[in-house]
Write a protein that binds this ligand. Structure first.
Ligand code: IFM
Length: 443
């Protein structure tokens, strides 16, 4: 039993990023365009009309970034591999220079005592594959398996935990239903097809990880947004349950060996023509841990999302609601049997307006956010939830997809002119938490 705010010995502390959001160098060393390069060029797609062409220039600054992580005492670093950098046509020949970059990154991390946690797909599909149908095509799932093999064959001797996909809900929903993300399609029907092919890619990729790196652990990373009905009226409860199905249950249920939420699938007219015999068995092959990302909850009524007044919100308008993280962890403990959970993303974009005399951002609000969420995690662990670690989103301020560079999530500020990195007060606070394996109580 641990005291409030204390974490068990061996709890793993780290931070996360993704390739397109930080690497830049989109034309360097044989990388091909991804769907995000294409999407960013579409007028109006990105709020500030920016793109990831330079981002944090991590591709050229990774050694310094690893030093920064080491100076904060990070024990783990979650990053993603850029598929178009490694297999530029999506299938076929690997690009040695692309692989060399990740090879060096992994070695630097290991030399610094930081566990590398690669995710194979964080939304940057090679454009060449989108030209052939993208996630609407079963071929893309097969291509993912071959790409996985290329990466695992090169790095697998040094990786203890692989993640296949990041947030397939967002890939399918934002990319194919709402169109707010690449490739920008807008069709409920397409979203169902994409979701199935993404999960299939996970299943095929997992098979390759198992055969090439039997010593490693394998995971998938899902985002969860707990849903509350705005009232107990039946129509509000129904709407909340529908959203919970689409956003939370749609991915974890098939992964856990159950079906897609059938009432919602039927009500929305999905004929399941993409689901072949054997697919669900492949998708539910056992994983070693489930990665989870948590940012906010949703409040829903019969007429759609409800913005509660007078609640704290981050600079993207998402409600800040730490208790929903504790609730989520207990729900996972009670309803599923995954052996272990790793919090792969949690953090907040906040205004970052206050600075000290040296110019360093004083982000007391981010510290409060992290503290409140970590206290929920510590409580949930004390309550028997098997959470093995926590990764802040994000190490660096970066390219926040359709929002561009406005929202800043980083523990470290990035000056997007000079590309200078400047740790914020939250970075120093987090280093202290890691050193003590403990979160100070609030108040
Ligand atoms: O920046 C994203 C990340 O790429 C995936 N999870 C949510 C983050 C904040 O929106």
């Amino acid at each position: 039993m641990t005291a409030a705010g204390e974490f068990p010995e061996g709890f793993r502390w780290g931070a996360a990023t993704s390739a397109y959001q930080i690497e830049g160098a989109v034309d360097s060393d044989g990388r091909s365009p991804s769907i995000w390069d294409t999407f960013c060029a579409r007028p109006g797609a990105i709020i500030d009309a920016s793109d990831g062409s330079t981002a944090c220039d991590h591709y050229h600054r990774s050694a310094g970034d690893v030093d920064l992580m080491a100076s904060m005492g990070l024990q783990a670093y979650r990053f993603s591999i850029s598929w178009p950098r490694v297999v530029p046509d999506g299938v076929g020949a690997a690009n040695p220079k692309g692989l060399d970059f990740y090879d060096r990154l992994v070695d630097h991390l290991l030399e610094a005592g930081i566990t590398p946690l690669p995710t194979l797909y964080h939304w940057d599909l090679p454009q060449a594959l989108d030209d052939r149908g993208g996630w609407l095509s079963r071929e893309t799932a097969l291509a993912f398996a071959d790409y996985t093999e290329v990466v695992v064959a090169r790095l697998g001797d040094r990786i203890d935990t692989w993640a296949t996909l990041n947030e397939p809900f967002v890939s399918a929903n934002h990319g194919y239903v709402t169109g707010e993300h690449a490739p920008g399609q807008r069709s409920r029907r397409a979203g169902f097809g994409a979701s199935h092919h993404l999960l299939l890619a996970h299943g095929f990729g997992l098979e390759r990880i198992r055969s090439l790196a039997p010593h490693s652990r394998a995971a998938i990373v899902l985002n969860f947004t707990p849903v509350d009905a705005v009232s107990d009226a039946p129509a509000d409860l129904d709407a909340a349950s529908r959203q919970d199905d689409l956003e939370n249950l749609w991915y974890i249920e098939p992964l856990a060996g159950r079906d897609y939420p059938s009432a919602t699938a039927d009500a929305l007219g999905w004929d399941r023509s993409e689901v072949h015999d054997g697919d669900l068995a492949l998708i539910s092959a056992p994983i070693d841990l489930l990665g989870l990302n948590y940012y906010t909850r949703a409040v829903v009524g019969a007429d759609g999302p409800v913005d509660l007044p007078h609640v704290p919100r981050n600079s993207m308008g998402w409600e800040i609601h730490p208790p929903s993280l504790g609730r989520l962890l207990r729900w996972l403990r009670d309803d599923y049997e995954f052996a272990s959970y790793l919090i792969c993303e949690n953090g907040a974009p906040l205004p970052d307006l206050q600075r000290d005399a040296t110019g360093s951002v004083i982000d007391a609000d981010r510290i409060g956010f992290l503290q409140d969420h970590l206290l929920e995690v510590a409580d949930a662990i004390a309550d028997g939830c098997p959470v093995e670690g926590y990764l802040v989103w994000s190490l660096l301020d970066n390219f926040e997809w359709a929002w561009g560079y406005g929202p800043t999530f980083g523990l470290v500020e990035v000056d997007f002119e000079s590309l200078e990195r400047r740790p914020k007060e939250s970075a120093r606070w987090y280093a202290d938490v890691i050193a003590q394996n403990k979160v100070p109580p609030t108040g």
